[in-house]
Design a protein around this ligand. Structure first.
Ligand code: GZL
Length: 307
């Protein structure tokens, strides 16, 4: 889809600008807010026309948005699949319309890799493994059972499935680690708090909370404190993301360890979009760089964190 002057490709819009359709999951967490900001700011910086939709966490809304982008003949479609399954039909429609698709943040479980040009996002299994490795090290001298409760992400989402799997794979090495309760907290503070209250009411000896994101961990902290317990001490807490509020709680010792998951995918997404719009080839898998944080490290880096 080049323009008449033979300049950069793109031009679904009349003024020759690359037109990118982006179907976002929703606005469920601090991570998602930072991710949306990164995409919107990067598109503006690249001079692209961004058509942005918020699916409020519903797959049918994302599918509707993708179909709308096809009808509008955007140059490139990108989206963060709210769940792993159920995308083949609509992505086939995009393929038939010859509109390239880029997956951001979360993967899909379709075996047909021709349905998308590239997937840029974290390795969620590795994130779960990093969380498990910290726990194994933290309790290496413990001989008594270590009772763990787990707040899972949204059902069917790649980060929920994979963070659970990676963590379980590491801790199964030692039978002292027991996941005594595991339930979705929908990646939100509200649900994280409510489910943690349930865990506390039905288990009188919880040693560790593993939350698949900071927001659920922060909600759980409210429940733990309301129960008269000290988060980070009476119940050790591991979360994933490293958004500002999570890092603040970590620096205060209310969270013990955070595995970073970068939401700043905008700049790389725009580069990928331009390349595919120009008919170029891109890497099928673009892995985001990320690390882990202890309370001491959080204190050091907090002032310079972008989100
Ligand atoms: C991870 C992303 C997850 C975050 C949550 O890449 O999909 O969704 O970990 C967010 O905070 O809701």
């Amino acid at each position: 889809c080049g323009d008449d002057e033979g300049g950069d490709a793109g031009g679904g819009g009349g003024d020759g600008k690359l037109v990118l359709g982006f179907a976002q999951v929703g606005a469920e967490s601090g991570w998602r807010t930072a991710n949306t900001k990164s995409i919107q700011e990067s598109a503006a910086e690249a001079g692209y026309e961004l058509k942005f939709s918020d699916a409020q966490g519903k797959q049918e809304n994302q599918i509707k948005a993708i179909r709308s982008f096809i009808t509008q003949r955007v140059d490139v479609i990108a989206f963060s699949p709210v769940v792993e399954s159920g995308w083949d039909t609509v992505l086939k429609e995009a393929q038939d319309a010859e509109i390239p698709v880029i997956l951001t943040d979360r993967a899909i479980d379709s075996p047909d890799e021709s349905l998308y040009e590239s997937f840029i996002g974290s390795d969620f299994v590795l994130e779960g493994e990093k969380a498990g490795e910290w726990l194994v090290e933290e309790y290496k001298d413990e001989t008594e059972p270590v009772n763990i409760v787990e707040l899972q992400g949204t059902p069917g989402a790649a980060p929920a499935n994979d963070r659970k799997a990676g963590f379980a794979e590491v801790i199964k090495a030692d039978p002292k680690f027991k996941v005594i309760a595991s339930q979705t907290g929908q990646f939100t503070r509200t649900d994280g708090k409510q489910v943690m209250e349930t865990f506390l009411n039905s288990n009188d000896d919880i040693d560790v909370l593993y939350a698949h994101n900071d927001d659920m961990g922060l909600g759980a902290i409210e429940a733990i404190e309301a129960a008269g317990l000290e988060p980070g001490k009476d119940i050790k807490i591991i979360t994933v993301d490293a958004v500002k509020d999570g890092m603040t709680a970590l620096s205060e010792g209310k969270i013990n360890f955070i595995v970073e998951c970068s939401p700043l995918l905008g700049p790389q997404l725009m580069e990928l979009a331009q390349t595919v719009a120009d008919g170029g080839t891109v890497e099928k898998r673009v892995l985001t760089e990320e690390t882990t944080f202890t309370p001491e490290q959080a204190k050091e880096v907090l002032p310079e964190r972008q989100y």
